[in-house]
Design a protein around this ligand. Structure first.
Ligand code: LLP
Length: 421
């Protein structure tokens, strides 16, 4: 469910007609609905009740300060994977005791930053990383709560680039070696083991892989407790998928996911953390672009937009589908036409959709990419020196630019020409 609906013939973000935003900020731009973000966060909270829980929003999905502030103010924790994200969480007012630090390659500087600034827990992914954290924390006179991310060798049945729970993936510690690594952790100064972490992948559209992984985690919890470890917290990762098409997809709802969590780990007396990103932000955002040209090709027509792969890389990178709809509501019964929908970047990979049936559109029309709130703006680049596009947040009938479009000068001035050149 989202808050992007046609009203009076125009697609709106909550109560704001999109052409109004386009007129003010120019296209292309991202627009996020505060109501949708709030609702998605609340769905997870309801789904996990009555288990003690913390929903740690995976900031990698969309780390704009306004988004982080909104969710942080609702009580969300944050899952960060870099010093930059940690700094963003702090800057948005999220306290360290609600921030968890994930990621397979944390640097010394990132660890020191988290220890100094306060951290709820660090999710450890390897023995060398654990040793370094122990060393740094000891030197700083701190004791850092940690979980160890285990790799349960479960097939998440998602796109290979975003599956993380198979033995061949770089993530976590093989579950077969868990007891050995937990024993090592127990003996190290500066860290305190508080639980287990698992994350098997993103855009999961079935519950079974979660179930397989969580059952393994439950089993491991019992085993580690029998070995004398105080396992009181389980970080169950993120990954719940969203429907990218309106028609043929029905991924499980947060409520079903919550039932599964209770069924698999609910009797262990643990605090549960989850790290959803996409489900909170994905359908809370649109990418709005203008049609530059309608071009007739050999046997196919192209819609050339002013948005490109540098603004939204998901179709080029994962072959991802995003619904693309005209902002002016098509009259019922309008015949569709098939277009290749492309951007202006000089590679054929800059294709958003091939032979996509859309209602006829003309140069100057606005179109909106749905489900673009997660892994959209955050994965954008300035390839072709195309400035990062603005982000806008809407609440009810108000909207605000939450990241403005940089000028060419700002972009160019980040470079320096050496004095000897
Ligand atoms: N926790 C960890 C440790 C993760 O690696 C991820 C995502 C999440 C949580 C959040 O997963 P989510 O709930 O958003 O599925 N760029 C890709 C997605 C990459 C996901 C990476 N890790 C895409 O556009 O589909």
């Amino acid at each position: 469910m989202d808050h992007f609906l046609y009203r009076n013939g125009l697609l709106h973000a909550e109560d704001v007609p999109l052409p109004e935003i386009a007129a003010e900020v120019g296209t292309p731009f991202y627009v996020y609905s505060a109501a949708t973000l709030t609702r998605h966060y609340s769905l997870f909270k309801e789904a996990l009740a009555p288990l003690p829980n913390l929903v740690c929003y995976a900031m990698k999905a969309n780390s704009n300060q306004a988004v982080v502030r909104l969710l942080g103010d609702l009580g969300a924790g944050m899952d960060v994977v870099s010093g930059g994200e940690y700094a963003r969480a702090k800057a948005a007012g999220v306290p360290g005791d609600r921030i968890v630090f994930s990621g397979v390659g944390k640097t010394r500087a990132e660890m020191e930053q988290a220890i100094a600034g306060g951290i709820r827990q660090v999710n450890i992914e390897s023995e060398p990383e654990m040793s370094l954290l122990s060393q740094l924390a000891s030197a700083m006179g701190a004791t850092v709560p940690v979980t160890i991310r285990i790799n349960p060798d479960v097939d998440a049945r998602t796109h290979e680039k975003i599956a993380t729970g198979r033995a061949e993936n770089k993530f976590g510690i093989p579950i077969s070696r868990a007891s050995e690594v937990y024993r090592m952790a127990a003996d190290l100064p500066g860290i305190e083991v508080v639980g287990i972490d698992v994350h098997i992948g993103s855009q999961l559209t079935e519950l079974e892989p979660f179930e397989a992984a969580y059952l393994k985690v439950a089993e491991l919890t019992r085993q580690l407790r029998a070995d004398g470890h105080d396992i009181r917290r389980l970080d169950l990762g993120g990954g719940l998928g969203i429907p990218y098409t309106r028609t043929n997809e029905a991924p499980p709802l947060p409520l079903d996911y919550g039932d599964l969590v209770r069924r698999t780990v609910g009797d262990l007396g643990v605090e549960v953390e989850i790290e959803p990103g996409r489900l909170i932000a994905g359908n809370a955002g649109l990418l709005v672009a203008s049609v530059l040209y309608v071009k007739s090709g050999e046997g196919r027509d192209f819609l050339i937009l002013d948005a490109a792969m540098n603004d939204l890389i998901r179709p080029a990178m994962y072959g991802a589908w995003h619904d693309i709809v005209p902002v002016a509501e098509p009259t019922p019964g309008t015949e569709t036409a098939a277009y290749d929908i492309v951007g202006p970047v000089c590679e054929s990979g800059d294709t958003f959709a091939k032979q996509r049936a859309v209602p006829p559109v003309a140069a100057g029309d606005l179109v909106a990419f749905r489900s673009a709130g997660a892994y959209g703006a955050v994965m954008a680049s300035e390839y072709n020196t195309r400035p990062l596009i603005p982000e806008v947040m809407v609440r009810d009938d108000q909207f605000a630019v939450i990241r403005r479009r940089p000028t060419f000068e700002e972009i160019i001035n980040r470079d320096t020409i050496p004095s000897w050149l």
